[in-house]
Design a protein around this ligand. Structure first.
Ligand code: WTA
Length: 649
């Protein structure tokens, strides 16, 4: 898509300065201080990052060189050695944090558990010993498919501790998705649970794993946590109960130091082809990026009770439930279940009861809360909150204002944080005590981040003009490659503008230099804050015997941001019916997961294509939105397709 098509319609002029009291206590309490540090960070990045790495992390061996940059490959803290789990745990022992809550957990059914830093350390040590007992170590891949329980974080940290590489698979993904991911990274171990609680029902995690492992030759063992008590099949010689081995293991473990560039995790995310991309993050740079952003964006203090509602299966859960927060020695709250179970006030009840101070969630959730009604938050005392955050998609100003007034009581700054799985850490964001906020804008770049809005040729566009968002300098928490596919890494992110990272997002900078993200401009949809590749949905559909061809597109949706509409052409002789629609919906959910279940299926005799055979999604979008096709149709191969599509059911 060319940048002329990136139009940004939002024109929002309201501005909210950080409240005086917030500013007075903030780590970065003025715009001038932000600007001074920002200038240092981009003028002398190596000096800046070296200083931060010394201050914020514990190194076993100092690096020789801060950055080795041979675009598009970066190495940060070359020669440096550290242990990520030691940074998140051991270094808080013997300090006042030792007996402080590291994780406060609330299950969907209301069960609660708190793990202090010392307790969490011992649990991670036990599991690390078990994993080493399985013969796992540096570089081995471990898949984690767990509910949102402390053991998910324990599993991640135990992998990090022994130098193994975890890949967390979101618990909403299907067997097919597990199989693809496990095979792509050749995981030797899967850590899962008998199930997890969601809206009062058990999500059958172990069953999904069992089905997936019918086609995964690399997997040797499955470690199973008992969470729900539901009956599961344990395969002899392969499956082991967590409670049979972990509690019995030694509660101390000597952490080895690993290279700063040792892979920490692979996280699969949607791209513009059917195959998910395995984004690879390494140790030192990733931990520094998540630690420094956690500290300054969330303005973390010893007294905070911080709650990020993301699942650990997403990057937000990695960076801002686990690594960045624990590395700062803060208290992270984990909640297992749905936001509306047993009632639509569950989140507010959690904030009230645990006296949460910093709350980080997604715009799609905020829009749902708005719809459920103000009476639910109003029933609870939310006065403990001092800072709010959002992530995952652009937040519409109306939702921002509601969040600000109804949840924040007009007293809490809102950090609208723009970043990606690939960036590892927050990139564009207000610093809450320094940068005035405009509803709907992620505002200004974080330290060390140099974003630009450019046209097709890579030239910066004038202010208030739409263009593509790129990042022009390397940053410590950047992805290093795509697992097993460095060519795709180069093509995907670095080929539009050589040496410059292309984000896939459209953007505009306003007269104050504030960034306004418009959304994806590639074939990736953002549904309820989740990235879903149109190609993935399409290939799932055409794998069904009734389907010849499919096109998936996003339609604006009040709550979900976008809803998923698919156009499907059927094989000759297959009859279109409501029943078939339901079958296809279920088929997609089985192939990918419930998050990709189409909202609307429309059968069509043919899809609109260009002469070279490319599906013209733009036309389909206009049709799905219920409007007339207004744009240019001169490249359309067969005009009769349009007329019949508008009638398609
Ligand atoms: C979108 C989530 C506008 C964007 C951390 C990006 C946002 C994609 C924002 C990454 C925001 C994320 N404002 N858009 N504050 N945050 N996005 O990899 O399109 O799941 O490219 O990472 O979400 O999604 P991902």
């Amino acid at each position: 898509m060319s940048s002329e098509n990136i139009t940004s319609v939002t024109r929002e002029n309201r501005k909210f300065n950080p409240p005086d009291e917030f500013q007075a206590q903030a780590h970065i309490g003025s715009l001038a201080k932000y600007r001074r540090l920002y200038r240092q960070s981009v003028n002398n990045p190596e000096e800046f990052w070296a200083k931060q790495a010394e201050e914020l992390l514990l190194w076993r061996k100092k690096w020789r060189k801060v950055l080795q940059w041979k675009a598009p490959h970066a190495k940060w803290f070359v020669g440096g050695r550290l242990n990520v789990a030691e940074n998140c745990l051991d270094r808080h022992l013997g300090t006042a944090r030792e007996n402080k809550a590291a994780i406060i957990f609330e299950g969907e059914g209301g069960d609660e558990r708190t793990l202090t830093y010392k307790q969490l350390y011992h649990e991670v040590c036990r599991l690390a010993n078990v994993l080493e007992g399985f013969g796992l170590g540096k570089g081995d891949r471990v898949a984690i498919y767990m509910p949102m329980v402390p053991e998910a974080a324990i599993a991640m940290l135990a992998c990090a501790r022994i130098g193994a590489v975890h890949t967390v698979i979101f618990g909403g993904f299907s067997s097919e998705a597990i199989k693809d991911r496990v095979n792509d990274c050749e995981a030797r171990l899967v850590i899962t649970a008998d199930g997890g609680w969601r809206r009062g029902k058990v999500v059958p995690l172990k069953e999904n794993v069992d089905r997936a492992l019918e086609g995964t030759p690399s997997v040797e063992k499955v470690l199973v946590l008992r969470r729900t008590g539901s009956r599961v099949r344990m395969k002899k010689d392969r499956d082991i109960w967590w409670h049979d081995v972990v509690p019995a293991a030694a509660h101390v473990h000597r952490a080895k130091a690993f290279d700063a560039e040792n892979p920490l995790f692979i996280l699969y995310t949607s791209g513009s082809t059917g195959k998910p991309k395995g984004v690879l993050h390494t140790s030192g740079g990733y931990l520094l990026g998540t630690t420094i952003t956690s500290k300054y964006v969330f303005d973390l203090k010893e007294t905070d009770t911080y709650w990020c509602t993301a699942d650990v299966g997403w990057i937000t859960g990695h960076s801002y439930v686990v690594y960045g927060i624990l590395s700062n020695g803060a208290t992270t709250l984990m909640y297992e279940g749905a936001p509306n179970h047993p009632g639509p006030d569950r989140f507010w009840s959690i904030i009230d009861r645990h006296r949460v101070t910093v709350f980080y969630t997604a715009p799609t959730a905020i829009r749902a809360f708005m719809r459920w009604g103000d009476e639910h938050p109003k029933r609870h005392d939310l006065s403990s909150l001092r800072l709010l955050g959002t992530v995952g998609e652009p937040i519409n100003p109306e939702a921002w204002m509601w969040y600000y007034k109804v949840i924040g009581g007009g007293r809490c700054p809102i950090v609208d944080t723009w970043w990606q799985t690939e960036t590892g850490a927050i990139m564009i964001t207000p610093l809450p005590g320094a940068i005035p906020q405009k509803p709907g804008s992620a505002t200004l770049p974080f330290f060390g981040v140099v974003p630009k809005v450019v046209d097709e040729t890579g030239r910066e566009v004038p202010r208030n003009t739409g263009g593509k968002l790129v990042i022009t300098q390397p940053w410590p928490s950047m992805l290093r490659t795509l697992w097993g596919d460095d060519d795709r890494f180069k093509r995907q992110y670095w080929s539009d503008y050589p040496g410059i990272y292309f984000t896939g997002d459209g953007c505009r900078q306003d007269e104050d230099g504030y960034f306004w993200i418009v959304g994806r401009i590639d074939d990736v949809l953002n549904i309820s804050g989740h990235r879903i590749g149109t190609a993935e949905v399409e290939s799932a559909l055409v794998s069904h015997p009734s389907v010849v061809e499919a096109a998936a597109i996003g339609r604006p949706d009040e709550i979900k941001g976008q809803s998923l509409v698919v156009f499907v052409t059927l094989k000759d002789g297959v009859k279109a019916s409501e029943k078939l629609k339901e079958t296809l919906r279920k088929h997609v959910a089985r192939e990918i997961g419930a998050i990709a279940r189409p909202d609307v299926i429309r059968f069509a005799a043919a899809l609109p294509k260009t002469r070279s055979g490319k599906i013209m999604r733009r036309l389909l979008k206009e049709i799905a939105a219920g409007g007339e096709v207004k744009g240019d149709t001169t490249t359309l191969e067969d005009f009769s397709v349009l007329a019949s599509l508008q009638k398609a059911d």
